[in-house]
Design a protein around this ligand. Structure first.
Ligand SMILES: NC(=O)c1ccc[n+]([C@@H]2O[C@H](COP(=O)([O-])OP(=O)(O)OC[C@H]3O[C@@H](n4cnc5c(N)ncnc54)[C@H](O)[C@@H]3O)[C@@H](O)[C@H]2O)c1
Length: 362
């Protein structure tokens, strides 16, 4: 009998859709488990005995009228979600999306696109307890500070781990770290770092410049997309944490201060869930000679985070089984942009693998 990982989701948007579909995609494609394909999208197909299909969704929360009340397998395809479909015949999950408190989850832009479902909100703590969820994945819109804190508190009360995919700082904040440690619970995050996304590419390029002795004079990273994440991020007032998260990940790779501007830049509706990123780095090498690098990266955004979250979920399950509490440092540094401790990518990956192998505590 395989061991299952009982997972709840807050926010049934594009990222949740890619994650839920991804678990089915790998289950339905035994080819993916072959050693030569093992690397596709995951650190390992089988990580410490756990496969993607061992993730069992036991609860889901949203506020949108197109999603609340539907089976999770249908809600992931409800508008305004617009990521691509990789699984044709989704089987029912048996999990109905429950209505939660909106709080600051829907900002001034999203409120033009999302109608709040009628009816009362459930008690999330109780719903988590009833579902037997071992961890909650937080996929709320950027800028949902109060709503994220509400879910973190609900996890503390329900005895559930908290894995935070969004740039509101929980796992990287001492107050919350202590709160989770005090209840014997795990937190991991913050702000998932996509598999081949703007942050890891930019971090790695900056580190390469530094390692090769090139002095970086300035750098920027512009991002555009056509999904609700980008529509919501047109509101600069909601972006403070997102800019801090993305900028700190890149800034940590240089041993000196580099002038930089990094963040979401515009909404282009016809891009749908495609995200286009432009990175520019200017510097000087031997003899003060100028060098300039420009990179364009185009990805389907939601799928770029799904494999990383499957790794984070499995490693969090290992942490729970080992009785660890508080922030998970190696997992957070490997899978998230704003972890408790920033590390170069290669170091974070080595630490993550040591953690999985039981050679590292957290
Ligand atoms: N590769 C990636 O896509 C990536 C990478 C890093 C971070 N993120 C972050 O992950 C988050 C989710 O991204 P997405 O593309 O799925 O966004 P999305 O807008 O498609 O989904 C967000 C969902 O949250 C719901 N919601 C709003 N308030 C809520 C509340 N109070 N309770 C429950 N649900 C609520 C919305 O109705 C929506 O369904 C965003 O913050 C995004 O910035 C994504």
């Amino acid at each position: 009998m395989r061991r299952k990982i009982k997972v709840a989701i807050a926010g049934v948007g594009n990222c949740a859709s890619a994650l839920v579909q991804g678990t089915r995609y790998y289950r339905n494609n035994p080819e993916a488990a072959k050693p030569e394909n093992d690397w596709i999208g995951l650190t390992a197909y089988n990580l410490a005995g756990m496969e993607p299909s061992d993730i069992e969704f036991v609860a889901a929360f949203d506020v949108g009228s197109t999603k609340v009340g539907k089976d999770l397998s249908e809600a992931i395809f409800a508008k305004p979600n617009n990521t691509v479909q990789i699984v044709k015949d989704m089987d029912k999950t048996g999990v109905k999306v429950q209505k939660a408190e909106t709080l600051d989850g829907i900002g001034k832009h999203l409120s033009q696109k999302v109608k709040i479902a009628d009816g009362p909100a459930v008690n999330v703590t109780q719903a988590l307890k009833d579902s037997g969820a071992e961890m909650l994945l937080c996929y709320l819109p950027v800028g949902s500070r109060r709503a994220v804190q509400y879910y973190a508190e609900s996890c503390l009360d329900a005895g559930c781990a908290f894995v935070n995919a969004i740039p509101v700082f929980i796992a990287s904040t001492p107050k919350w770290q202590q709160a989770f440690a005090g209840r014997g619970l795990i937190c991991a995050g913050d702000d998932v770092m996509s598999q081949l996304g703007a942050t890891v590419v930019h971090k790695t390029l900056v580190k390469l410049f530094v390692d090769r002795g090139v002095k970086i004079n300035e750098t920027y990273q512009l991002n555009i997309g056509g999904d609700m994440d980008f529509y919501n991020m047109l509101d600069e007032d909601r972006l403070e944490d997102k800019r801090i998260s993305k900028t700190s990940a890149v800034a940590a790779m240089a041993p000196y201060e580099v002038p930089m501007r990094i963040g979401p830049s515009d909404f282009v509706s016809f891009l749908e869930n495609d995200k286009v990123c432009y990175i520019s780095i200017k510097g000087q090498y031997f003899g003060g000679i100028p060098v300039e690098l420009d990179v364009k990266l185009k990805v389907v955004d939601a799928y770029n985070s799904a494999g990383v979250m499957i790794d984070a979920v499995r490693a969090t399950k290992l942490g729970i089984e080992r009785g660890i509490s508080g922030p998970l440092e190696s997992i957070s540094a490997y899978c998230f942009k704003h972890p408790p401790v920033q590390m170069p990518y290669a170091v974070a990956k080595a630490n993550f693998l040591e953690f999985v192998a039981g050679k590292r505590d957290r």
